[in-house]
Design a protein around this ligand. Structure first.
Ligand code: TRP
Length: 327
């Protein structure tokens, strides 16, 4: 069976773009693959975090993943720092990666340019991500388009290591959803929906008050003419609403477009579809947050299962590298 692995950082609230672009594919992947999902708390440490917030965000993100439909009976759901093999393999992969190769990562360039403090961890971030993936003999990694380069690096490191030390790692394949799955900012539809503090009116949060969700969609920027047509280039605002509606209903945006002649009707239906997508998630989230010990038990079991696989792969790595066995 194909093994799927993906991770998400516990920084900032999850927004509709994360849900429709990436997370809902995690849920459907459960039907066809062996799935492993990880809250990557160590990745959050590349910039200073408030300890209390980090702890609660990590737990809440796990609860949100459960609420959207990650099923702990079918998936392994765990927190990265609960499986220390990630950091051990990360060091080994840092020694497999070239300095120049890490320096070329566009995310590192973007985040380090003009930053007051650039941690060494920000630089080696992709090696830890490669460790996450390679520790589980992962076949496929569903991620957003912004992670494509990091995934290429994980592949390169696996191939290089296998070449140097003999067959050790499974070389993972990316799985990146089509451009149509990209959710754009409601107020600036040519840029991606991102953190709410940058554009509060253009961003919808998965746990946002539903009346506010509907209001934001009804106030979304549309285009100057009045025709409802799916055309990302010429009509980014309307096309974004069509894509969102399409992601909620499963129907193609071009087909949805043929049913509308007025922006107002499209907005009303889009708002309703999003509200009805979020409502059950918010309800389930409330049941998980009411039971933090239940969530902790799920995560403990997830870590145990993850660790069983990770220790096996790491044993192979140690052996092939030539590290002296301890016993
Ligand atoms: N870097 C990813 C992001 O920012 C998160 C991540 C960490 C990840 N480790 C991973 C994604 C392993 C997929 C697989 O979105």
């Amino acid at each position: 069976m194909t093994r799927v692995f993906s991770g998400i950082k516990p920084t900032g609230p999850v927004q509709l773009g994360n849900l429709l672009g990436a997370l809902r594919h995690w849920v459907s992947d459960q039907d066809e693959a062996e799935t492993i999902f990880c809250v990557v708390d160590l990745h959050a440490l590349t910039v200073p975090q408030d300890p209390t917030e980090l702890r609660s965000r990590t737990l809440e993100l796990a609860q949100l993943l459960l609420a959207i439909g990650i099923d702990p009976n079918r998936s392994t759901l765990f927190v990265q720092s609960h499986v220390p093999e990630h950091t051990e393999l990360s060091w080994i992969l840092e020694c497999t990666a070239a300095f120049g190769e890490l320096r070329r990562m566009t995310q590192f360039k973007d985040k380090s340019t003009d930053a007051e403090f650039v941690s060494a961890g920000l630089f080696t971030y992709p090696a830890l991500m490669a460790a996450d993936i390679l520790l589980y003999d992962t076949d496929r990694v569903p991620v957003g388009d912004d992670q494509r380069q990091h995934l290429e690096l994980a592949r390169d490191l696996a191939i290089r290591f296998n070449h140097r030390y003999g067959d050790t790692f499974v070389v993972p394949e990316p799985s990146i959803p089509k451009v149509g799955a990209r959710v754009m900012d409601l107020q600036h539809p040519t840029r991606k929906m991102s953190k709410s503090d940058e554009s509060p009116q253009g961003t919808i949060l998965v746990l946002e008050d539903l009346a506010s969700v509907a209001k934001k969609i009804k106030r979304a920027v549309t285009d100057t003419d009045t025709e409802v047509r799916f055309d990302m280039e010429a009509k980014p605002g309307v096309s974004n609403l069509l894509s969102i509606l399409s992601a909620c209903t499963g129907e193609a945006p071009e087909v949805i477009a043929t049913r509308y002649s007025r922006y107002g009707d499209l907005k009303a239906d889009c708002a309703e579809a999003v509200v009805e997508t979020l409502r059950p998630i918010q309800d389930r989230y409330a049941t998980y947050t009411a039971d933090p010990t239940g969530t902790a038990a799920i995560l403990a079991l997830g870590a145990e299962r993850a660790r069983a696989t990770a220790t096996g792969v790491l044993a192979r790595v140690r052996q092939n590298l030539g590290l002296l066995p301890a016993g």
